[in-house]
Design a protein. Sequence first.
Lengths: 204, 204
Amino acid sequence: MKDASAPQQELPKLPNTAWAVLGLLSFPGERSGYDLKKWADSSLRFFYWSPALSQIYTELKRLEQLGFAVSRIASQDELRNKRLYSITDAGQRALAAWARETPAGPPVLKHGVALRVWMGHLSEPDELRKTLEEHRDWADRTLAEVQASEDTAHDRWPFPALVLRWSERYYQSERDLAEGMLADLDELFAKGDVHVAERPGGRG
Amino acid sequence: MKDASAPQQELPKLPNTAWAVLGLLSFPGERSGYDLKKWADSSLRFFYWSPALSQIYTELKRLEQLGFAVSRIASQDELRNKRLYSITDAGQRALAAWARETPAGPPVLKHGVALRVWMGHLSEPDELRKTLEEHRDWADRTLAEVQASEDTAHDRWPFPALVLRWSERYYQSERDLAEGMLADLDELFAKGDVHVAERPGGRG
DNA sequence: GGGAGCATGTAACGGGTTACATGATTGG
DNA sequence: CCAATCATGTAACCCGTTACATGCTCCC
């Protein structure tokens, strides 16, 4: 016989993006795909990433097919149809089950700048320093963007606000780390014992 | 007429992985695909990521076809063929040109733990705390792995060593950030004003 | 007039993963 | 004897991107 107290079973295997999109929808209100993209750009992208618009639309459709979301058309005219999505109870339950049952796993980092320094023997010292300085400046700018984001309306929900605070510290740290690497680089160059394997174009 | 002082033009559009693999090869010595995987696991993975073995083999073949690498078979017997790769001059030049001409771009971060906290309203406080504590412990373990890696032979090249030092600080920071988020979470819960949108299974 | 923002969608492509296939050697 | 490590490779699959297609409204 079936046990009524153990109902939730169907956790379809979906890409993380699908759950992230459903997560955006899990906050009160109706949103269009376009809205979600803007929100992702001003929030998710700082610690996760912002999916392409085309993928958001794709996921939204899939979510609706699964019964995790519903949409209605809110259009003044027929040509310009704006579709607003909202989460369903089933969607809310599935998302909660996913959060409960799927371990978050370690963060994925692809740090192109670090990779460049790792292969530092391929670049000229000045080039390397420039790359790092630009990265430090990028971290500064991103930090400013995070702070700007904290002032916007939808990021005042307690948990998103908390993660934005975390992001602030993260980019501050990213900046400091860049400075640290810069200092280490200078030290390395000062010692003069760096073997530049193959200077591009240079023969001797 | 052709200008002999501007020879390097053919920078084929390759995925970053290809350049990363070529980068591994740009250090003196011959290596098998298997060797490269081990090295990536103990080094690259801390700040970039470690491609699957199958992909390393694929890239290695592509690199050889392009003339950026050469291989020779070093086998005792016929069944067990071990193929050792090394970089060519053309490969060295192409890699240097790539490093010179392709901007590194911002780092890519996909922080699943932060995403979970962002959707904190879907989880019970204890679950959330547990996720964060595990993440902090993971950062500790990874830090220890970085330190262990610093003792191994191939990571004594100056630039790789420098990046490992950077990684050390990075994971130290990751740990601190986790602690900070934990503290913020506790504060949030203490205030008691957290609206848990839909507690799984809970109706009231 | 034109560019930016709003708004939705399809199609092609490929990067990278997991699963599978194979088999030797070494050490507990 | 079995697990782990060494060692290479193919095939299926799909996630996610870019490019493309369309057309509105608002503002300079």
